[in-house]
Design a protein around this ligand. Structure first.
Ligand SMILES: C[S@@+](CC[C@H](N)C(=O)[O-])C[C@H]1O[C@@H](n2cnc3c(N)ncnc32)[C@H](O)[C@@H]1O
Length: 239
């Protein structure tokens, strides 16, 4: 499993007025950024890596291992950054229970959606956020090759070994009641899924990614989304 480079390279890309992404180590960069909320999917310490064999989506997947995923994750630094009252919501809650403060809510993502026999893929994942909510279960199929690709994801290959659905990150944003126009930071951006969800739902986005290959993936993905958005706005203006 790769270790973070001793001196991670740094690059800032301002892709649009509402989207900036940074290549580098979030623990060094995030404290200097101006943001309103954190929504993230950090490395959980499960050393998750899947072989790239097979056909179709799986064969083309970016299977680069995840930096930091070989050690248990401690979210304390992000919690401190959001104290006392910025919304924060992140995946992997069940892997870091001892670090979570009292209060807040555990959210469940049902990935199997009652799809038959058990397999080696887990049926659910859990997020935590520092706000209470009554809507605690989100159903969205994302198990093995059985994935509910919608919207922006429909035509893309799998972009990251730990890629999440845009719909899931959008649900976390709305569950955490992050206001329209607010700036969401994802310090562990991966392929930029939180960014797509933030922009689609009228929030601004700042993403940080330490691995140059994942940074390039998120830059290309977000730039393509922003170009499509600009083209539809121009076409609407012409009608
Ligand atoms: C679980 S993945 C996020 C996947 C993302 N949700 C998606 O849909 O593509 C976590 C990401 O955090 C990155 N990462 C790990 N340590 C980091 C650090 N110190 N600073 C910034 N990024 C880091 C990894 O390279 C990995 O891409």
């Amino acid at each position: 499993m790769p270790k973070p480079p001793a001196k991670p390279p740094r690059e800032v890309c301002r892709l649009s007025e509402d989207c900036t992404i940074i290549l580098g180590d979030c623990r060094k960069l995030a404290p200097d950024l101006d943001f309103d909320a954190i929504v993230s999917d950090p490395p959980y310490g499960i050393a998750f890596q899947r072989g790239g064999g097979g056909r179709g989506i799986q064969a083309k997947a970016n299977t680069a291992p995840i930096i930091g995923d070989d050690q248990p994750f401690d979210p304390s630094w992000m919690l401190r950054l959001c104290a006392p009252d910025k919304p924060i919501c992140f995946m992997g809650a069940d892997k870091m229970l001892k670090h979570l403060p009292s209060g807040g809510a555990i959210l469940c993502w049902d990935k199997a959606c009652a799809q038959g026999a058990a397999s080696s893929f887990c049926d659910a994942e859990y997020a935590w956020m520092n706000r209470k909510t009554a809507r605690q279960i989100f159903h969205h199929t994302w198990k093995g090759i059985s994935r509910d690709h919608t919207g922006e994801e429909r035509h893309s290959i799998r972009l990251h070994v730990s890629q999440k659905p845009v719909a899931l990150m959008a649900w976390l944003i709305s569950s955490a009641r992050i206001g329209l126009g607010k700036t969401i930071l994802d310090p562990y951006m991966g392929s930029g899924t939180t960014g797509i969800a933030a922009l689609q739902s009228g929030r601004k986005f700042i993403g940080i990614e330490i691995a140059p290959e994942h940074f390039a993936t998120s830059r290309d993905r977000l730039a393509a989304y922003i170009a499509t958005r600009a083209a539809s706005a121009a076409s609407e203006a012409n009608h």
